[in-house]
Design a binder for this molecule. Structure first.
Ligand code: ADP
Length: 464
């Protein structure tokens, strides 16, 4: 695994090297071209000046001419030829024999012009400019004036330029690489400090500590904020979990304490068969409560891990609700409640859902309505279409729920009246199971209630 810093460093340095290389090559090509042109202009000028200085009748390069032409300072040589191409005289700086080529002799430029050539003499390259002098336009050539320079000087200048380019480029690359190494550490230092801070937060400090959000770095601020939001959610989940564990242990302990108490009292002295029977009946009730509780906890655990919905199918909601009301009819009669089912449309209303889960939702809601309504009241299950939903309402005319309880009703283990709910066999998990199952189907559940008038629970499921 390569570090981000190494990757940043390598990419930046490679880019910089490529850019410098490209720049260097361009500078080198342009400068080389300019240097060659400069040299040609220089030679051309010197050849023409020599021709002008030279008297036609005496072809000798005098010392004053050498001075005028600056042959010593500029390290080049000059030479003159007569009209037949016989060498006349040359400067003291010219130690080689430079011939007059056919190309020059054949030149027919009416004003003379300058012929530029590169010749190899004695194994070395020379640049030569030759000016055939004509005294008037189109008249015959009277002499040839020549300026000669070795390529050594040009090559030395070019080598110096190349050395400069390479050393400057290398220095810039080294400086750039060092800067990128340093800057990448600066940039990543904030990430490292963020990591260190995150590492330092233990689970017991979830509710206390949050990461510092830097104000001068948008990306890091976003990262820190995202992390803090994650911590918020984690804290909420952690607290819910803690509360759930505490509530669950408490709920489990109560029936166990009752069971133990009853058994201990029964065992204190010998009892009649009838008395033992009574104790066993009571024990059975507590055990049933325990079973219901564990079953509900298991159901919630299934929703939590996401496997509450095992199999989706097309479920006819009217049929399903009619089934649930029919099954709970006995309980309703027992509690003197009129329970009925109402369809608002004739067409079959279907949802794509897990049948067992929807049955559980309806059973919990209808059972609650029947259990928490006093005798003589009525409970109605009404199904209606409200696109894109199918709404199922469980309406009771019972005692209703005070407004301060409504926001907490769907929380785990929340009960309005603990004693009464427990007497009814409730554990406070029924509505949280309803909510979890409905939400797992992509739906929602809500409640409206008025004390003294009754409550309406509405489940919305996406219509199939
Ligand atoms: P429980 O297992 O105690 O019934 P629920 O989660 O099903 O738990 O219900 C939570 C609380 O909401 C109950 O304790 C009860 O006080 C109240 N409740 C639920 N349904 C109704 C209703 N139809 N009318 C009045 N109170 C209700």
């Amino acid at each position: 695994m390569k570090s981000l810093r190494a990757r940043l460093f390598i990419s930046f340095t490679a880019l910089l090297a490529a850019a410098l290389m490209m720049f260097g090559v361009i500078v080198w090509l342009v400068a080389r071209e300019a240097m060659t042109n400069d040299m040609d202009d220089f030679l051309r000028g010197k050849a023409m000046l020599l021709a002008r200085l030279m008297p036609a009748e005496r072809l000798r390069v005098e010392p004053w001419m050498e001075q005028d032409l600056q042959v010593q300072e500029r390290q080049f040589g000059v030479q003159v030829f007569d009209v037949h191409g016989t060498p006349g005289g040359k400067s003291s700086t010219l130690t080689i024999e430079v011939p007059l080529t056919d190309k020059v002799r054949r030149s027919e430029h009416p004003a003379g012009g300058v012929i530029l050539e590169t010749l190899v003499i004695g194994g070395k390259n020379y640049r030569i400019a030759t000016h055939p002098r004509r005294d008037r336009w189109g008249e015959p050539v009277v002499m040839y004036a020549q300026a000669v320079i070795s390529f050594d000087a040009l090559q030395a200048r070019q080598a110096r330029l190349l050395a400069w380019l390479v050393s400057c480029g290398t220095a810039m690359l080294a400086a750039g690489a060092a800067a990128s190494w340093y800057l990448s550490r600066q940039w990543l230092r904030s990430v490292a400090s963020l990591e260190e801070a995150a590492r330092g937060i233990s689970s017991s400090e979830l509710g206390l500590r949050r990461l510092f959000v830097p104000s001068d770095d948008a990306e890091l601020a976003a990262l820190a904020n995202a992390f803090n939001h994650l911590l918020d959610r984690l804290e909420a989940a952690y607290k819910t979990q803690q509360r759930f564990t505490a509530d669950a242990s408490h709920e489990l302990r109560t029936p166990l304490t009752v069971l133990r108490g009853e058994i201990e009292v029964a065992l204190r002295r010998p009892r009649s068969a009838e008395e033992y029977r009574e104790v066993l009946v009571s024990n059975k009730e507590e055990i049933e409560r325990l079973s219901r509780l564990t079953e509900n906890m298991l159901a919630l655990a299934h929703v939590d891990v996401g496997d509450a919905i095992t199999q989706r199918e097309l479920v006819n909601v009217s049929e399903l609700c009619a089934g649930v009301t029919a099954r709970l009819q006995n309980l309703a009669v027992e509690r003197q409640i009129t329970l009925h089912h109402e369809d608002t449309t004739a067409e079959p209303l279907s949802v794509n859902a897990d049948r067992i889960a929807v049955e559980r939702v309806m059973t919990n809601l209808v059972e609650n309505a029947v259990r928490y309504s006093p005798g003589g009241e009525s409970v109605t299950v009404r199904i209606c279409k409200s696109p894109p939903w199918i709404a199922i309402q469980v309406i009771d005319t019972g005692g209703g729920i005070a407004p301060e309880h409504l926001p907490h009703l769907f929380e785990r283990f929340y009960r309005v009246d603990k004693a009464r709910s427990r007497a009814n066999g409730g554990s406070g998990l029924g509505l949280s199971i309803v909510k979890a199952l409905v939400e797992a189907h992509g739906g929602g559940v809500s409640v409206t209630s008025e004390v003294g008038h009754g409550s309406t629970f509405t489940v919305r499921l996406p219509a199939a």
